[in-house]
Design a protein around this ligand. Structure first.
Ligand SMILES: NC(=O)c1ccc[n+]([C@@H]2O[C@H](COP(=O)([O-])OP(=O)(O)OC[C@H]3O[C@@H](n4cnc5c(N)ncnc54)[C@H](OP(=O)(O)O)[C@@H]3O)[C@@H](O)[C@H]2O)c1
Length: 327
């Protein structure tokens, strides 16, 4: 009798965990943090790059609502102004600062931007730097990448992002606190057929920022590396709503993605994954069973590039089991 009770309990726990895994939109640690710690955000200065659209715009909206003091950056000043106008919160829209910058413009100009950001708010300086801006080209094979695209991707995603960090971190170290939130990608954790250079740029970010944390965490520097899978954004290189419908890819909404990023940062999580299945399962496989994970990616690599060129579903299980059905 007691034996049956234990078996039933074990099965119940197993099925509950399986159900949670299949329906999750983030990794287990992230899912265990249900709410944002508001006190970690309210009145804090948060600088967001890539705030003119997509996930960056949603981050600005939610952080404003939580009472953060915001600095919004991207190249397009008019779009930043559009985002600023719609913000509502304790310090928004009137106290929100617009700081246009091009991450590929070199250290001298980035240094000026850092000095401005540090002095915008009297008695407060940058608490969170959200490295969200990125450059992504439409999918192609690893060999079709042009030198121009290679340089453009690395200049923005890697060199500009690292330079900005090198210039800002000394100010944070002087204060003994500062938090970098880094938008990496599932493509920075697993092979991403069709996105070799983008993937390489995100792997580079993971390496730099996890190392930065290990060197300076004792001096108050925190790092949260965020690895989203497919996210639905209304512009940029994320899928638009109509593209999503056409390709039947299941994407986490940009609002939910922003919410999970803020939860992760406010809890000081070191790395989080945001995605539906099957991408989440592939990330677990590559992280914990790389032989199986890489075997799986090798099976689908060619078909995924083909699906991408036909604007089909690049995350479908049919890439593994069936003939590829590009939309
Ligand atoms: N969407 C997804 O499915 C997905 C999945 C995984 C990871 N991510 C990552 O999440 C982040 C946001 O993605 P998203 O889809 O929201 O991006 P997005 O819509 O393409 O927006 C990119 C942002 O970066 C800015 N930007 C581009 N080049 C820049 C430069 N040289 N200097 C300064 N800012 C620049 C753009 O503004 P301007 O053009 O005005 O400069 C824009 O605000 C990125 O790091 C991306 O790699 C996205």
């Amino acid at each position: 009798m007691l034996g049956w009770l234990f078996i039933s309990l074990f099965l119940l726990i197993l099925f509950t965990l399986l159900f949670k895994f299949l329906t999750a939109d983030g990794d287990f640690t992230l899912m265990s943090k249900k709410h944002v710690k508001r006190e970690e955000i309210e009145d804090k200065v948060v600088w967001i790059t890539g705030a003119s659209r997509g996930i960056g715009e949603k981050l600005a909206i939610q952080l404003a609502r939580l009472g953060a003091k915001l600095i919004l950056s991207a190249r397009n000043e008019a779009e930043l102004e559009r985002v600023r106008k719609q913000l509502v919160g304790k310090h928004a829209p009137d106290e929100v600062k617009i700081l246009p910058l091009d991450l590929a413009s070199g250290e001298d100009l980035l240094e000026v931007a850092v000095e401005e950001a540090e002095s915008f708010f009297s008695g407060a300086a940058v608490d969170y730097m959200i490295h969200n801006a990125a450059y992504e080209r439409p999918k192609s094979t690893a060999l079709e990448v042009t030198e121009e695209s290679l340089k453009a991707t690395f200049n923005v995603n890697v060199l500009g992002t690292i330079s900005l960090t090198r210039l800002l971190a000394p100010f944070m170290l002087k204060r003994g606190r500062g938090h970098f939130v880094v938008m990496s990608s599932a493509a920075g954790k697993t092979p991403a057929p069709g996105q070799a250079v983008y993937s390489a740029s995100k792997y580079a970010l993971n390496g730099y920022f996890h190392t930065l944390r290990s060197e300076f965490c004792q001096k108050g520097i925190k790092v949260t590396v965020v690895c989203p899978g497919p996210i639905e954004t209304s512009n940029g290189y994320g899928a638009t709503a109509s593209e999503k419908k056409a390709s039947s890819e299941k994407r986490v909404s940009s609002e939910r993605c922003a919410e999970l990023i803020i939860i992760a940062a406010s809890h000081g999580l070191k790395e989080v994954w945001i995605s539906y299945q099957p991408v989440l399962a592939v990330m677990y496989l590559v992280q914990y069973m790389p032989t199986v994970g890489y075997w799986l990616m090798d099976k689908i690599g060619g078909k995924r590039v083909e699906a991408a060129t036909k604007k089909g579903n690049t995350y479908s299980l049919s890439l593994l089991f069936g003939k590829n059905k590009a939309a």
